[in-house]
Ligand binder design. Structure first.
Ligand code: ZN
Ligand code: ZN
Length: 354
């Protein structure tokens, strides 16, 4: 904060707060905020009725002050009094509610409010060994779900029916929460963020299954595999093998010092060479941690330099409107020894017998 010239930083409930102090606070209409200054001990401002919950979290072990604000008080006044802040640059977490940002500027007319991302993302983007272990455990859990997909993905069932079974498996394999379940069969595969529908799965359908959840540790999983209900036909097989090569090339481009758009280009160029470039309509990947999507992002315009202990998805795909689609997604750690994909299920097209 001092280096970047910030006088004050406010972090409200969300992944940033959980990362910094271990308090997984529920976002409420009453403000909770960690208040940080360059030369003072941080303090946590919480509604009075949340004090005991906050102290029961790992925050309680830090020995920092917690201030419970009463219903009748103006919490922004308390921030001003306690911090002595009366003007200058204030960093706020990226997910702070607009309502709070507006109240801040109302209460501190001399404040310039900016995003805290240059401070907090710079810390969160590099994972500690403990975080990487949590993410490996999350990946192993979602891999066990993919291993069981051939038992629930069946011709004659709807995407919704299959999706419900997958959601149950995500929980039974150790996640605390299901974050998303995409079962995109046949032409629905052409929509990267299709979720579930009442479409009945047909023989010959390719089916894109992209699933993820949050573990009790707070860390997330995210993995895509493409399945086929019997033979999907020669054209799809060919396209799939190009995609598989592209996914491999992007993965192999991961190294300490690589620029994220070059990792994107490694796979994108392979798809373009074989006529699939226009059909790869999204970026190659996103970081993952306490959030499913976080820094770094790997797309055509991303300049982030990838460093050891960053972790992100490599997930190229192709999408043909009204016909079919496919995607292969692994979470990959950049290590001193090169890329480490933490998802281990086969990346081959998985043919399910019909
Ligand atoms: Zn992803
Ligand atoms: Zn995904």
């Amino acid at each position: 904060m001092q280096e970047l010239g910030f006088e004050l930083m406010l972090v409200t409930p969300g992944a940033d707060l959980r990362y910094l102090i271990g308090y997984n606070a529920i976002p409420l209409e009453r403000i909770t905020a960690l208040v940080l200054q360059p030369h003072a001990e941080p303090f946590l401002l919480v509604p009075r009725l949340e004090v005991s919950t906050a102290m029961a979290s790992p925050f309680g072990d830090l020995g920092w002050e917690v201030i419970g604000w009463a219903e009748s008080a103006n919490p922004y006044e308390i921030i001003g009094e306690r911090s002595g802040f009366n003007g200058g640059r204030v960093a706020v977490d990226n997910h702070m509610w607009a309502e709070r940002v507006l109240k801040l500027s109302e209460n501190f007319p001399g404040a310039t409010i900016e995003l805290a991302a240059p401070i907090i993302s710079a810390i969160r983007i590099i994972k500690t060994p403990t975080e990487l272990d949590f993410l490996r455990v999350a990946a192993a859990a979602i891999d066990r779900v993919h291993a069981q997909i051939p038992h629930v993905l069946r011709v004659g069932r709807t995407e919704e029916e299959v999706g419900k079974d997958i959601a149950d498996l995500i929980l039974s394999e150790g996640h605390a929460r299901v974050d998303f379940v995409i079962v995109a069969s046949g032409p629905n595969g052409a929509s990267p963020h299709h979720e579930l529908s009442d479409r009945v799965i047909q023989p010959g359908d390719p089916v894109v299954v992209d699933i993820g959840g949050t573990m009790p540790s707070g860390y997330c999983s995210d993995c895509t595999r493409t399945y086929s209900m019997g033979d999907p036909g020669e054209q799809f097989r060919q396209r799939y093998s190009i995609l598989q090569r592209a996914q491999e090339l992007s993965t192999n481009a991961v190294s300490h010092g690589a620029v994220s758009h070059d990792i994107d280009a490694a796979g994108r160029n392979e798809l373009a060479t074989h006529g699939l470039g226009e059909h790869f309509i999204h970026r190659t990947g996103h970081g993952i941690g306490l959030e499913t999507h976080e820094e770094p992002y790997l797309g055509e315009n991303n300049q982030t330099v990838i460093l050891n202990n960053m972790i992100f998805s490599i997930e190229p795909g192709f999408y043909f409107e009204g016909v079919h689609g496919a995607r292969i997604e692994d979470i990959v750690i950049c290590t001193a020894d090169g890329p480490e994909p933490v998802n281990k299920q086969t990346r081959d097209l998985v043919i399910i017998g019909i």
